[in-house]
Design a protein around this ligand. Structure first.
Ligand code: MLT
Length: 398
């Protein structure tokens, strides 16, 4: 008799975005004539930019030649991409090539990172939060070790430092789901906390390309001391439209140390390298070539233009909702808009009403955690036309 991992029984029955997709599919089946606007899951809609497409074509042709064929690549990523990452993202921050691990996206990295941590760690996770952090900790038997850090309207959606001692802290800024950013001073408090407590920060910076304001770190390593206590996750998904192509990376400075039960220090970089070489055979060569092209002159320009358009959508949605009398957060340094449900509706009531009466899909705040109750997240990753149309429908309804 094969036993199951019973930790899976402690999870919600289905992953948040799968539950929503099912609900929307059922609604569409009942009402095939309705034109649904999907502003739920943060999936991009703009095609891959020409500079990246060109690099992809070239790489495809290359692997069809005897000289250009590639078999297994380095598990950590090809040097050309790791070099481009260091050069373009971390040049002034002291991050080295062997501190970068290329992957097939931040979701996998954020989930897989639990492998290199012990089961007795106290883990601080914000509430509401991107569900992957919580679910992967539960799957690996750490449900009881999770300490939630409430992220509340009254604190401008910035978590307070943990009240009890924790070993690991997940942070995501600009934040998914609230769309709010953290100032360098506030972030420094977490870095100092981690230093004082020998904790490690797992910093998800997947949305940093959307930062428009000053005094907000694009990388946690801009904060003094972070290189000793932080692991950073980044992704090309939202930055360069790679949600389908799949590529991201994790940064683990060699100075980030964990401890054995006996109190001996270990480099987390070495542990992750060991895990990576065992469980991963690297991201496809052609995809890494595509990611490299994001850093070409043309690539940078084209990707920036797309982000600008998404941020314009965010402004259309945010301004429109405010004109309609909603209380709205996010949408300035982020593609996410976090709005308060009207008339004291719950997140799911508001979700249902928007779906049924305006045929708009959002993501109920409570799906990201109990403190998200009463909120709904909309994304700016739709088209401009759909963003305008969504606001028109909402204004008609409220
Ligand atoms: C989201 O909608 O929160 C994200 O698209 C999910 C993800 O990046 O996996």
């Amino acid at each position: 008799m094969a036993n199951i991992n019973e930790n899976f029984l402690k999870l919600e029955e289905s992953y948040l975005f799968s539950t929503i997709a099912k609900k929307v599919a059922e609604f569409q089946k009942k009402h095939p004539d309705k034109k649904i606007i999907k502003l739920g899951i943060g999936d991009v809609t703009k095609p891959i930019v020409p500079a990246v497409i060109e690099a992809l074509h070239k790489a495809v042709d290359e692997i069809g030649t005897i000289e250009g064929f590639k078999g297994y690549g380095p598990e950590q990523g090809y040097e050309f991409l790791r070099k481009a990452i260091v050069e373009n993202e971390y040049k002034t921050l002291g991050i080295e090539l062997d501190e970068i691990f290329v992957s097939d996206g931040a979701k996998c990295d954020c989930g897989n990172i639990v492998d290199i941590f012990g089961n007795n760690n106290k883990v601080a996770i914000t509430n509401p939060v991107y569900p992957v952090y919580v679910d992967t900790n539960i799957m690996s038997g750490k449900k009881e070790n999770i300490v939630y850090l409430p992220v509340l309207e009254k604190n401008n959606f910035i978590p307070e430092l943990p009240k009890e001692r924790v070993d690991i802290i997940y942070l995501c800024f600009p934040n998914n789901p609230t769309g709010m950013a953290i100032s360098k001073e506030e972030l420094k408090k977490f870095v100092d906390y981690a230093k004082d407590n020998k904790s490690i920060i797992l910093y998800d910076a997947a949305y940093e390309a959307f930062i428009t304001e000053g005094n907000i770190a694009h990388s946690i390593y801009e904060i003094e001391g972070a290189r000793d206590v932080a692991i950073e996750f980044k992704s090309y998904s939202k930055t360069a439209g790679f949600t389908g192509l799949r590529c991201g990376y994790v940064v683990i400075p060699k100075s980030v140390k964990g401890y054995s039960q006996g109190g001996k220090k270990f480099e987390m970089n070495k542990l992750w390298n060991r895990r990576t070489t065992t469980k991963f055979n690297g991201t496809a060569y052609i995809i890494q070539k595509a990611a490299e092209a994001v850093y070409s002159e043309k690539g940078k320009e084209q990707v920036k233009a797309n982000i600008k358009d998404y941020l314009e959508n965010a402004k259309i949605i945010k301004d429109g909702l405010e004109e309609a009398g909603f209380i709205v957060y996010g949408g300035i340094n982020s593609p996410y808009i976090w709005l308060k449900a009207p008339n004291n509706m719950s997140s799911w009531e508001f979700f249902d009403e928007l779906l049924e009466k305006a045929n708009i899909v959002g993501t109920p705040g409570i799906g990201f955690g109990s403190c998200g109750e009463g909120f709904l997240r909309l994304t700016a990753f739709g088209t401009k036309e759909n963003s305008i149309e969504a606001i028109k429908r909402i204004k008609e309804l409220y």
